[in-house]
Design a protein around this ligand. Structure first.
Ligand code: MHO
Length: 217
């Protein structure tokens, strides 16, 4: 089976912190127009952060997206609606609500969306909006975490350590296996991703079983 690991089209980056990064990886990876994802640590000053020693960094997801297929506003919409924790109660920096913008346009859209979100709440929102600085990819076992729980699927698509942060098919399957994306979208993705019948059927079963569930960590 030759699957679609690489997509070479112009892309932009988006970076968000919104709770445990495992769930975010699945949430965004399965959105149409998202090309690749990786999770890591960012937003702080601690040098060389690691999972057990991330200092003042936050767990974030870095998304490469095709701006002709999905807009930053679409991504912001997901951002605001799928936080793991409250948007108003203080929380440790590891899981804080954070938008790391990559250009002036993202900054403006993010700031505007924060205002709109704040208007819906009687309490102050804790979300911070800051320029994207150094991003430190998390350890391999955190990348495509849910997909890595299905070792036969990992083998079937030929996912190597090197591809964990760059594979398109891995980003999408990491969402489908937890029940995200929907059956209709998955069916149309099968030929695009290059999945064979056996692999498609396995993913279909996972999607059916987990669809409608909550994001968990
Ligand atoms: N409850 C999970 C969170 C992992 S996460 C990547 C754990 O403690 O393992 O923050």
């Amino acid at each position: 089976m030759i699957v679609k690991h690489e997509i070479n089209v112009p892309y932009r980056k988006a970076t968000f912190g919104m709770g445990c990064f495992w769930g975010c990886d699945s949430l965004f990876g399965v959105m149409d127009g998202v090309l690749r994802t990786r999770v890591g640590y960012s937003g702080g000053t601690t040098p060389d952060p690691e999972y057990r020693n991330m200092g003042d960094h936050t767990e974030v997801i870095e998304i490469d997206y095709d701006p002709t297929k999905i807009s930053y506003a679409d991504l912001l919409d997901k951002f605001w609606n799928f936080h793991e924790y409250s948007l108003t109660a203080p929380i440790k920096r590891q899981y804080m609500s954070l938008i790391l913008y990559h250009d002036e346009e993202q900054k403006q859209l993010a700031t505007q969306s924060l205002k709109e979100e704040a208007a819906k709440s009687s309490e102050e929102l804790i979300t911070e909006i800051i320029p994207a600085g150094a991003f430190y990819p998390a350890e391999d076992y955190h990348q495509k975490y849910r997909l890595q729980g299905h070792s036969d699927l990992v083998d079937a698509i030929g996912l190597t350590r090197k591809l964990l942060q760059t594979s398109h098919v891995a980003a999408r399957l990491n969402g489908y296996v937890v029940g995200l994306g929907g059956m209709e979208q998955f069916e149309s993705d099968i030929p695009k991703l290059g999945l064979d019948d056996k692999t498609a059927e396995y993913v279909r079963e996972q999607l059916r079983k987990n669809e409608g569930g909550m994001l968990y960590c």
